[in-house]
Design a protein around this ligand. Structure first.
Ligand code: SF4
Ligand code: SF4
Length: 388
């Protein structure tokens, strides 16, 4: 597709662009970026000054503009292509290194975040994000297997880095649920999905990671793969296809419950008395489009007071490191909006991390953790009310 001839400059894409809403400047809108990129179209390598870098790297790759565009202009792909042509600086090369060795990144982060000395410097204040989280990876070595006596199938989990290193309880909950549904579960040693790497402009290297992950998951005799992160899901299912012609097709937990012989109605009733806001991440809204099915599933578990909330949390991976102030400003709007909720539930580990930084006293959970808790309590207490 020729992006430039397809864009008719109608401006519909900028209404909900989180980057435009925070910078309030046309050149930070999707339409503005398209026009800028048009001027760079013929260049093989782009050696740019700070103003151009700012405009190209302040896109959160959220996909909102694509959902709004009547002509289906694929802005994210355009941004990826432009970043790939831009000359890289040291911080982007570090990003590349850490995408191949996320364990090194998170262990450095853990040590730095414990150091009050570094936290006193504004430059390192992004470390505050992680100082409240327990950085303890789920998967560091080889294959992990969670067997069942007479399984109805075998499912592999693709955890993703945020889940594996920062919120491993999500993988634990998913394992519990899949076992409860009578599946044997495996968690193979896997690589980063590559989303941070591509967003930093390293397309060839992302293709390498994609190939490695595909080979790993092909090497097992499994009935399917499931990923608890919408960013990883979109990446390994759709973006891999765009960059190497093949993706990993994924199962959805809600479909497994639909197929299951286990009767939830007999098991769960009126299990939760909370006002819940279900935060739909940008990648869930715009790419995996699974929020309604997840909310229906939660309702089957007796959760009735649940409201769907959309809109960017401000994380955006690389964006939250390069544009920390703006990331926090976007987050602050959400904090105000979510004040009235007793609990925030999401399907996105990255949004959860972002919310945990700003709302330290609030219950913020992945939907698999909610289901896990309900199943666990149900096994113990039958149909009783309980509180989280
Ligand atoms: S909505 Fe689509 S066609 Fe309209 S300005 Fe944005 S990218 Fe161009
Ligand atoms: S992907 Fe998101 S942040 Fe980037 S231009 Fe589109 S709406 Fe704006």
């Amino acid at each position: 597709m020729d992006f430039f001839t397809e864009c008719n400059k109608c401006g519909k894409c900028k209404q909900l662009c989180p980057s435009y809403q925070i910078f309030l400047n046309e050149s930070f809108s999707p339409r503005g970026r398209i026009m800028l990129i048009k001027t760079l179209e013929k260049q093989k390598e782009i050696i740019s000054g700070e103003p151009l870098k700012q405009r190209i790297f302040s896109c959160l790759l959220c996909g909102t503009c694509e959902s709004l565009c009547p002509l289906d202009v694929n802005v994210s792909t355009l941004i990826y292509k432009t970043r790939a042509k831009m000359k890289k600086n040291l911080s982007l090369y570090l990003f590349k290194y850490f995408s191949f060795y996320p364990g090194v990144f998170f262990s450095i982060l853990q040590n730095l975040s414990r150091s009050k000395l570094f936290l006193n410097y504004e430059k390192f204040s992004f470390l505050n994000k992680f100082s409240t989280l327990n950085i303890k990876p789920k998967q560091t070595g080889g294959l992990q297997v969670y067997s069942k006596l007479k399984p109805i199938g075998r499912i592999a989990i693709f955890s993703g880095c945020s889940t594996n290193y920062l919120l491993p309880s999500i993988t634990n909950s998913l394992i519990y649920i899949l076992n409860w549904l009578n599946y044997e579960v495996i968690v193979p040693k896997q690589h980063c999905c590559g989303a941070p790497l591509l967003s930093a402009g390293f397309k060839k290297e992302t293709a390498k990671l994609a190939q490695k992950n595909i080979e790993i998951y092909k090497s097992f005799n499994i009935d399917g793969v499931i990923a608890p992160c919408p960013t990883c899901s979109h990446f390994i299912e759709d973006v891999y296809k765009e960059i190497i012609g093949e993706g990993i097709s994924l199962l959805k937990l809600s479909d497994l419950f639909d197929k299951s012989q286990r009767n939830l109605n007999e098991f769960i009733k009126n299990s939760l008395e909370h006002k819940i806001f279900f935060h739909v991440s940008c990648h869930s809204s715009n790419y995996t489009k699974d929020a309604d099915k997840i909310m229906e599933l939660l309702q089957k578990f007796g959760i009735s007071d649940i409201q769907k909330k959309t809109g960017c949390c401000g994380f955006g991976g690389l964006f939250s490191f390069l544009f920390e102030k703006q990331s926090m400003d976007i987050l602050q709007k959400k904090v105000l909006e979510y004040e009235k909720a007793d609990m925030i539930v999401s399907s996105c580990p990255n949004c959860i991390i972002q919310f945990k930084i700003a709302m330290r006293d609030k219950k913020i959970l992945h939907y698999t953790e909610v289901i896990h808790k309900i199943l666990l309590e149900g096994e113990k207490n039958g149909r009783k009310f309980f509180k989280f």
